[in-house]
Design a protein around this ligand. Structure first.
Ligand code: PRX
Length: 652
């Protein structure tokens, strides 16, 4: 089907008190571009400031020495006050969070704004009593439970900078992040739950703390989640519930500058170790709150469910900060879409009358495979809006989501953004934009996408496809890579001064709508999780039997991309199935289950240019099994290497 003719108009009557209509979108977008300072000054009014900002944007994106990004730089505020205290008068008894366990037999929890405020204050006081102060870094390694949100907000309240590490990461990955950000405390739980299994979080933290360079961690705060006994080290490890019991339910918030750091979140780049994206206080909050309100058309009666994990940016902006700043009800889910069965998502929607549901294409594809019955046995009548994030959605999955899950009633917002962008940059607005399956559609207010032609390096005007850049800045933009301003400039701004390079490629159609086509750098997107080929390779070569390794992505029906690795062994080691299993286990241990390769191919040697650079283009083709057209291989140092790999692939 020609996707440009497959259009879904804005449903009739889709209008609430705050809905942005098409006309308003055009006007507001124009205003946001022509007088950006006035636009963002007004947007900042949705946040409560101790001292309202008079300076709006102050950025230099054009040279390495003066590179900086600042928004609202003379403003002062506290994020936890914006997410809690200011709602107490009007919405004190409204549910801030609804928690649903992995195990449907465990009762769900409903936490009001008043209760959440009290918990955050108690935890904030407990952290302060342990000597954690403004500017200190705190790593949060938790399951999806209420205390995780409490921990983030408690840090924000006392001015500590949180660093959430996804609960699926292995000890070595925790240690890397803790060391890089210099965290002095870790907040964790005894265990997490996932699809009926227990995840040994505290044991993983213990293992990470055994690794070199971890002496900076003075306290480990443990939430009793499953009640399983864990190892507790005297004067280092504390049960958080016991500490909180003793504390007052009032905690004086720190008065933060808009540009004080709020959090550091690690994400994969195309080279080296994960980079700690630094987000600050004022601009991030304004942007998260505004995009959440406008793109999800938030109304007071909504129950908003974003299925991401708070270990990723989606959880930060659209489970925690955006919804809570807007006084919304945010649902947090500890489990997975397929447990106990493929109907779980839809049952949770019915159980809690979820009105807005936001998930990843990989989950939609996996559930689509189970057929319509698990969906159709639920009502889903509460739903009024659907969203997707994390990777391109194929039109077939989009139509299934729209027709089966949303019963044809609900618009879909396909939201494109990144850890670096802090919030959504390109998305339909549900009351304004006609949807096209697979298109992220239109830029949010103040966002100026630009496409650069790969071959000529020039800007593309009108329809076309190229590398996606964003001109100028917006308040939610990451300020730096923690501890490495240079790397941020060099990797994202250097080639085209004044524009941020996203690492994605994108097509613009005749209506000016944007279609993201995928990454163009050495970053894979596996089930919506970003992972750098460099990280996969360095995990492999850390194994004593591995001489060299190369990782590439290949198209995968459910995951979007799968992981394909090529391994060259050191002399004296034989290829075997047991060694293959050992290497897969090694990668899981070094990074975590998300690094599990789908294929591991033995490579007597890797195709390299004469200057020694691995030719991934060729490895990708072999992985995709499109070896009839390998392109130009004359620049290879030894072209026969390729033939050997192709032969091996055919035999596999
Ligand atoms: O390739 C794009 C893809 O996910 C990347 C960002 O990953 P991360 O920083 O982990 O953040 C994910 C959640 C915001 C992007 O560079 N991506 C994200 N959303 C979409 C997408 N690709 C296509 N369509 C989307 N809606």
């Amino acid at each position: 089907m020609n996707t440009t003719h497959d259009r879904y108009p804005v449903p009739q009557g889709f209008a609430g008190p705050q809905t942005v209509t098409q006309e308003q979108y055009e006007d507001l977008y124009q205003a946001s571009i022509t007088d950006a300072d006035a636009f963002w000054a007004k947007a900042a009014e949705r946040v409560d400031w101790y001292r309202a900002p008079t300076q709006i944007q102050d950025t230099c994106l054009t040279n390495a020495d003066e590179f900086h990004i600042r928004w609202y730089a003379d403003g002062e505020l506290n994020v936890s006050v914006n997410c809690l205290d200011r709602h107490l008068e009007k919405r004190g008894d409204k549910a801030a969070l609804i928690w649903e366990s992995d195990d449907p037999a465990i009762p769900s929890q409903r936490v009001t704004y008043r209760e959440l405020h009290a918990k955050v204050c108690k935890m904030g006081n407990a952290l302060r009593r342990l000597g954690i102060a403004r500017g200190d870094r705190v790593t949060i390694y938790m399951p999806m439970i209420v205390e995780t949100i409490v921990a983030m907000l408690a840090c924000a309240r006392i001015g500590a900078v949180h660093n959430v590490v996804f609960g699926g990461f292995a000890p070595a990955s925790i240690a890397d992040r803790v060391r890089n950000c210099g965290a002095s405390a870790i907040i964790t739980a005894d265990e997490g739950r996932r699809a009926g299994r227990k995840i040994a979080l505290k044991a993983n933290v213990d293992a990470a703390l055994e690794m070199p360079g971890m002496e900076g961690v003075r306290s480990v705060l443990v939430v009793p989640n499953t009640g399983t006994p864990v190892n507790m080290v005297a004067e280092r490890d504390y049960w958080l519930d016991r500490l909180m019991e003793r504390e007052s339910a009032e905690c004086e918030p720190e008065r933060m500058n808009a540009e004080d750091p709020l959090f550091i979140l690690y994400t994969s780049g195309s080279t080296g170790k994960p980079k700690g994206m630094l987000h600050t206080t004022g601009g991030y909050l304004v942007y998260a709150a505004y995009t959440h309100a406008a793109i999800f058309d938030i109304r007071d009666s909504d129950v908003f469910w974003c299925t991401a994990d708070v270990g990723w940016i989606t959880g930060h902006s659209y489970i925690a900060y955006g919804p809570l700043a807007n006084g919304a009800t945010s649902l947090i889910f500890e489990g997975v879409p397929s447990y106990p069965d493929a109907s779980r998502f839809w049952q949770v929607i019915d159980k809690h009358d979820v009105t807005i549901f936001y998930t990843a294409p990989t989950a939609i594809r996996a559930l689509m495979r189970e057929g319509p019955e698990p969906v159709l046995r639920t009502s889903r009548k509460s739903l009024r809006l659907l969203g997707t994030v994390g990777e391109p959605i194929n039109p077939e999955a989009w139509r299934w989501y729209h027709g089966v899950v949303g019963a044809g009633r609900c618009p879909i917002v396909d939201t494109w953004w990144q850890t670096e962008t802090g919030g959504i940059l390109i998305s339909p607005l549900p009351g304004a934009t006609e949807c096209k399956p697979g298109a992220a559609s239109v830029p949010f207010f103040g966002i100026r996408p630009a496409l650069v032609d790969v071959a000529s390096g020039t800007l593309i005007e009108g329809p076309g496809e190229g590398n996606l850049f964003i001109r100028g800045s917006w308040p939610g933009q990451a300020r730096s890579i923690y501890g490495d301003d240079r790397r941020y400039y060099e990797s994202c701004f250097k080639d085209y001064p004044g524009m941020y390079f996203t690492g994605d490629s994108c097509r613009r159609d005749a209506d000016g709508h944007y279609w993201i086509t995928g990454r163009v750098d050495d970053v894979l997107n596996v089930s919506g999780h970003r992972i750098g080929t460099a990280e996969l390779e360095s995990a492999l070569v850390s194994h004593p039997k591995v001489a060299e390794a190369a990782a590439v992505g290949f198209a995968h029906d459910i995951k979007g991309q799968g992981i394909y690795v090529y391994v060259t062994l050191k002399a004296g080691h034989a290829e075997s199935d047991s060694l293959r299993q050992e290497l897969v286990a090694h990668m899981r241990r070094e990074i975590g289950p998300i690094a599990t390769p789908d294929h591991l191919q033995w490579a007597p040697s890797l195709p390299k240019t004469r200057s020694g650079k691995i030719m991934r283009r060729i490895l990708r083709k072999i992985a995709e099994n499109t070896v009839d057209d390998l392109g130009d291989i004359t620049t290879l140092a030894d072209p026969s290497v390729v033939q050997a790999l192709v032969r091996e692939r055919r035999m596999a």
